[in-house]
Ligand binder design. Structure first.
Ligand code: CA
Length: 418
């Protein structure tokens, strides 16, 4: 599938864009004329699907493209959303397409991405965070417990997770203040209150539920893909000092619920299919409800950059989604095995994605080994954790046989405590 040469020239689209014709993600944008429209992307452009549907190309009520979030579009179901995606690809590749013939339509449909504001793509009802990277779990277990027994006894038998907070998930470009809270430094007897001193990032992805279930229903690993609409990049900001003091016995609470940042484009599972790859071998054998057939991991290259105020980007980590031990299909099967229902727009994050090499660690906690090995930046300064006014950017893309499907960026700047 190739972009029509006339369109390619007219729009000046480069071959190495995250938003190739193979991608066609979905998002929500606004600008001075548009409050919120559903859009897709090609190269440096957004494709306004409300405007495009004025030509009646999808045979849909175009009201669905005026909504604040993608939820109602997603609820139409994969048979329709996949058809919309395929139709966009067809219109972009055909040489007799309305997009080429109709000059007025062309100008109303395409807008430069840097001239619009991307909004939160979905209304997140419930958010779950897993802990499914074996290298990450081993690193954390080694640091805070015992290197010989880094993984808890349950870890290889079930995808460990917890229920997070949906209200503070914000779209890329939304800055936030350093959280305050209780901490108990090792050398003092009583807890203290104040701004977190150990503010960390977590390199993650998240998948978005595309089909709801009823209470009592379970999703199997075999049909899980029907329920996964697509994926976004996810930075699960974490206050390590608050976490260390509060997490026993029920797990993370205020250390995690103050902010998480997502990328604005939802890349569909269908766009990611060509990049399936083998994951880690699961040993010991998992219980039957967690067994799955086929190749279910994904080769998604993930990079993290830290930019000090008025400084340059420093790449601090290069990881890959393929290092996940548990697949999304297993996570969803486990999540619903007890009859827990899921809803369209629910977000399920991977957990920090670390690889085996120290350059592939997905959090500052691991990269600096709890602050004992600071990262040297190109301006000569060092970081143990994130400083005020540092900007963190996550980028992610798949590349195979010259086909590129990417997520764009997930960016936020940490502001000082209020
Ligand atoms: Ca996390």
């Amino acid at each position: 599938m190739n972009l029509n040469p006339t369109l390619k020239t007219k729009l000046n689209i480069s071959d190495d864009s995250d938003f190739s014709i193979h991608n066609i993600p979905f998002g929500i944008y606004s600008d001075s004329n548009v409050k919120h429209h559903v859009c897709s992307a090609i190269g440096e452009y957004i494709i306004d699907l409300f405007e495009l549907e004025s030509a009646d190309v999808f045979d849909l009520n175009r009201e669905v493209f005026t909504k604040e979030f993608l939820n109602e579009f997603i609820e139409l179901g994969k048979p329709i959303t996949n058809k919309v995606r395929a139709k966009i690809q067809e219109l972009l590749s055909a040489d007799n397409s309305v997009l080429i013939k109709d000059e007025k339509l062309f100008h109303s449909v395409f807008k430069k991405q840097n001239a619009v504001k991307m909004l939160m793509p979905v209304k997140v009802g419930d958010y779950t965070d897993f802990y499914s990277s074996i290298d990450h779990a081993t690193n954390i277990g080694t640091m805070i417990r015992d290197p010989k027994n880094a993984l808890m006894p349950n870890w290889k038998h079930l995808p460990v997770g917890y229920h997070g907070r949906a209200s503070s998930i914000t779209v890329s470009g939304t800055n936030f203040h350093r959280p305050k809270g209780q901490q108990k430094p090792a050398d003092v007897e009583l807890p203290v209150y104040g701004p977190s001193k150990l503010l960390d990032i977590e390199l993650e992805t998240a998948f978005i539920i595309g089909k709801s279930t009823q209470m009592g229903e379970s999703i199997t690993t075999e049909n899980a893909d029907d329920y996964i609409f697509g994926m976004v990049l996810f930075n699960d900001w974490s206050a390590r000092d608050i976490q260390t003091w509060e997490y026993i016995p029920l797990g993370p609470f205020l250390a995690k619920n103050f902010a998480s940042t997502v990328s604005p484009w939802v890349v569909t599972l269908e766009a990611l299919e060509p990049f399936r790859t083998e994951g880690y071998v699961q040993e010991p054998k998992v219980l039957p409800y967690l067994e799955y057939k086929g190749i279910k991991n994904l080769d998604i290259k993930l990079d993290v950059f830290l930019k000090p105020q008025n400084g340059q980007d420093n790449k601090i980590c290069s990881s890959n989604y393929k290092y996940m031990y548990w697949t999304m299909e297993q996570q969803l099967a486990h999540h619903t095995v007890n009859g827990c229902n899921v809803n369209v727009g629910d977000m399920m994050a991977s957990g920090t994605i670390s690889g085996p090499d120290p350059s592939e660690f997905g959090s500052m906690m691991e990269l600096t080994w709890r602050g004992t090995k600071p990262i040297k930046l190109n301006d000569g300064t060092e970081r143990k954790f994130v400083n005020d006014f540092d900007t963190i950017t996550i980028k992610g893309y798949c590349l195979k046989d010259n086909i590129r499907v990417g997520f764009g960026e997930c960016v936020a700047t940490l502001l000082p405590a209020k």
